[in-house]
Write a protein that binds this ligand. Sequence first.
Ligand code: FAD
Ligand code: NAG
Ligand code: NAG
Ligand code: NAG
Ligand code: NAG
Ligand code: NAG
Ligand code: NAG
Length: 652
Amino acid sequence: MTAISFQRALLFAGAVLPLAFAQTIVVDDGKVVEANESTVAPAVEPATGQLTDAVIANLTALQLTDIELFTFDTADNDTSASVKRTTSVGQCKTFPGDKKWPSRLTWTVLDLLTGGALIETVPIGAVCYPSNGVYDAAKCADLIANWQKSITHSSDPTSVMSPLYQGETCMPQDGNSSTCTLGGFPSYAVKATNVFQIQLAINFARNLNLRLVVKNTGHDFLGKSCGAGALSIWTHNLKDIQFISSYKTPSYKGAALKIGAGVQVGELYAAANKYGVTAVGGECEGVGVAGGYTTGGGHSPMSGKLGLGSDQVLSLDVVLPNGRFVTASETQNTDLFWAMRGGGGSTFGVVVSMTVKAYPKMNFAGLTWTIMSGPDTNNTDAVFWQAMYAYWRKFPEFAAQGNYGYSMIFPRGAAGSGFMWTMNPWQVPGMTLAQFQAMVQPLFDEWNALGFQFEPVYFEHDNFYDMWTQHFPAESVANSNLRTASRLYPRSNWADNATREAMFDAVRSVVEDGSALIQYNMNPAAPAGTPASGANSHWRDAVWFGIMGAAWADGISQEELKAVNVKITHTWMDKLRQYGPGGYLNEGDVMEPDFADAFYGTNYNRLLKIKRQVDPTDVFWAPTAVGSERWQVEGQEDWLTLQTGRLCKVSE
Ligand SMILES: Cc1cc2nc3c(=O)[nH]c(=O)nc-3n(C[C@H](O)[C@H](O)[C@H](O)COP(=O)(O)OP(=O)(O)OC[C@H]3O[C@@H](n4cnc5c(N)ncnc54)[C@H](O)[C@@H]3O)c2cc1C
Ligand SMILES: *[C@@H]1O[C@H](CO)[C@@H](O)[C@H](O)[C@H]1NC(C)=O
Ligand SMILES: *[C@@H]1O[C@H](CO)[C@@H](O)[C@H](O)[C@H]1NC(C)=O
Ligand SMILES: *[C@@H]1O[C@H](CO)[C@@H](O)[C@H](O)[C@H]1NC(C)=O
Ligand SMILES: *[C@@H]1O[C@H](CO)[C@@H](O)[C@H](O)[C@H]1NC(C)=O
Ligand SMILES: *[C@@H]1O[C@H](CO)[C@@H](O)[C@H](O)[C@H]1NC(C)=O
Ligand SMILES: *[C@@H]1O[C@H](CO)[C@@H](O)[C@H](O)[C@H]1NC(C)=O
């Protein structure tokens, strides 16, 4: 790019965005240029803050070099163009070092156009590496101290909470001189604060055949929010929350909340509390409501009564793979509205904001406990499992009453040292404590007859916020070397004793073999009147959701690593899959053999058809996402896909 066209680009940079503050831009020839509101004229579509054809026309008039890097997909106007851009089998997304990888100056232009929102990746742990230019012992100590807090990772442009998938590169450490590499981190991220930047980033990635990823908080358990050599769109800072006291759609009339893509569970709950309503989100405060959670289905402490997170959506504002900004609702872009409620994040476009239902305040009653078995307790393992089975037997009955039983079961140590069972919590929206106690009494009578020792701690609150802040565990994330898998078991498994017992014994055997188990007793059926959606059909008749997983020690051999990974996907899951093909795409196994059925159920074919329509060239890709089967990350083991390699096309 010439100096002249660079000046134009700079001029344009100011033109696109009313710059909030003067920014210093260093160009690669060493010249430093400053731009601010008064040096440039705003040229963004003033009413909407969007990239439009009129804006592109103005840019073209400026004779900006390489303007075609930022233009919309012309596929809908000219099919030959889209055919030309389609990648064929064997071809890959352009990767750093490739001849076609954008030059530094091209990246600078993207930075300018986005108003300085482009961030070149520095892995979060780089402050801990003395050989790295950003080494800072104090920041490193702080990072190590706060590593397991989700805010540490959600507030970083590229850090993810399952470091396994970025290759566990550049992990924070107590200072040694080994090198910190990018691994599976994206090369660049656009810190999105408006629609315009998201449109530019998508157009740029599509037009240059770059891998595109979307990161909101980085909670994803399957590595879907990172990717080597990618441009990432970081949605975390889209924080608007607006309360709408009366919102009407063909199927709904009532209060609603319009939330930006970056709003997190704790922020949604606090806002709902402030406005005197109840909103649906996950159990941990840091999860991104409008990002992966809702688009992936989303289970909630209220799911037994109100359905999935995706059942709450009334409207979605989305930037599509072709760069266009659209609204999807019951009356507009209805296929997209169906698909993006449960059909998965990072597949059909980038959510900018969504409008969700808000309910009146309600009462909550429930309990917590910590129960142990083992030689140092009064509970033998045999009684522990009998008591657990007595609880399991009642799952359909409890689920039918809107229950949410959220508990964890862990082996306490080596075989023979017993088990620990924490209930965190078991609660029912809309119940009084007296009703709750009456409901659990028959189970406790059975337990007392077994001689099972337990101490329930009851609670009752007249609103969700107090219940959630006081009885849910604090979030702890970013464990290394951890893999998860999950299953959804349908009510029908409970219909005959033999199936129910065999199913329970299978789960028990996996825990006895060393798996942790996070189990939920709930039935997230869609409440009457909810429009149909692409959410996993296996959720709808489930009365049990279980997350299994295992961790391994640092530095184990490749053979041992393979063994533990194969054990999760096959030894354990093959056994459990017999009792239910369903799993949860947000809390599942990235190696799930038939992920289409497991994560999407009967909705997969329609989801795939919509994916092919809105994203024919796969601008969006994530492991196990709808349509992901025709691409593969290079250099992976067949028992574990990380995001550390180049993304290449493997089939049509
Ligand atoms: C500690 C913890 C607690 C959890 N609790 C629950 C729970 O109670 N209920 C539940 O259902 N799940 C829960 N989950 C799982 C959670 O729903 C998923 O990890 C979910 O994907 C998080 O979404 P995110 O946007 O915060 O995360 P990210 O990792 O940033 O994104 C997840 C996926 O969504 C995509 N995405 C993000 N933002 C957008 C956007 N704006 N537009 C399009 N795609 C986007 C990403 O590309 C990625 O594929 C939990 C996970 C953890 C780690
Ligand atoms: C904007 O930039 C111009 C040129 O560099 C400078 O003279 C002016 O003071 C700046 N204005 C603000 C508000 O920073
Ligand atoms: C295009 O540029 C002209 C002249 O600078 C300006 O008046 C107009 O508002 C611009 N239009 C858009 C959509 O940016
Ligand atoms: C291309 O199609 C879009 C709608 O899909 C339309 O808004 C736009 O004006 C068209 N552009 C051209 C150059 O025809
Ligand atoms: C140095 O860092 C590497 C990479 O994180 C790690 O594997 C190794 O254990 C560290 N060594 C020491 C002595 O901390
Ligand atoms: C076992 O039960 C006895 C009698 O109820 C009680 O005193 C003791 O504290 C219990 N032990 C444990 C470890 O709970
Ligand atoms: C199933 O179990 C119930 C309760 O334990 C029992 O009453 C019933 O007879 C059993 N049915 C069969 C077919 O074993």
